[in-house]
Ligand binder design. Structure first.
Ligand code: S3P
Length: 179
């Protein structure tokens, strides 16, 4: 199966977007881009540095610019950052794509997967659980609205999540074949 349009992964920090993105990239023999890494490459600076110097606002501007840039490249798998759906312009850009997949995750899983990570400035706080909870209240409805497929990643191994996404892709791409 080949990818005819971008397949975009959305969801909160620690949802496994990069892991699933890489597995999909292997299965589909298609390039994978992690938007956070692209932002860092284009800025020549790390995400913590961008937050320190430019604040979250500066980071969000860079995020929108990188999203616009990557959507204009040939079809590939794109993992977005957890806050990418906050900006109305980004949500509008995502609306142009049928293959937006929301990786849904519990706060417990997020805490487990992000606890040792120092590269997520918004979680460098005394109470990451409270931060993640507040984010979930605001953001989960936005992920839901933006996605064509939601996959619960809590109890599934990455391979199974990847398999579900590949099935979805197959269905969508087959719908599009001329009869
Ligand atoms: C953020 C998520 C991060 C990164 C930045 C802000 C967020 O990406 O974009 O630290 O606001 O949720 P990941 O979801 O890949 O960790």
């Amino acid at each position: 199966m080949s990818l005819r349009q971008h397949l975009i992964l959305i969801g909160p920090m620690g949802a496994g977007k990069s892991t699933i993105g890489r597995l999909l990239s292997e299965q589909l023999a298609t390039d994978f881009v992690d938007l956070d890494r692209l932002i860092e490459e284009r800025a020549g600076a790390s995400i913590p540095w961008i937050f320190d110097i430019e604040g979250e606002e500066g980071f969000r501007e860079r995020e929108t610019q990188s999203l616009e840039f990557v959507l204009n490249t040939p079809a590939q798998i794109i993992a977005t950052g957890g806050g990418c759906i906050l900006c109305a312009k980004n949500r509008m850009l995502l609306r142009g794509s049928e293959l937006v997949v929301y990786l849904e995750t519990s706060i417990e899983q997020q805490l487990e997967r992000t606890s040792k990570d120092k590269n997520r400035p918004l979680l460098q706080t005394g109470n990451p659980e409270a931060v993640l909870l507040a984010m979930a209240v605001l953001r989960n409805p936005l992920y839901q609205q933006s996605a064509r497929l939601t996959v619960d990643t809590n109890t599934k191994q990455p391979k199974l999540v990847t398999h579900e996404i590949l099935n979805f892709l197959d269905e969508i791409q087959n719908e599009k074949l001329p009869s």
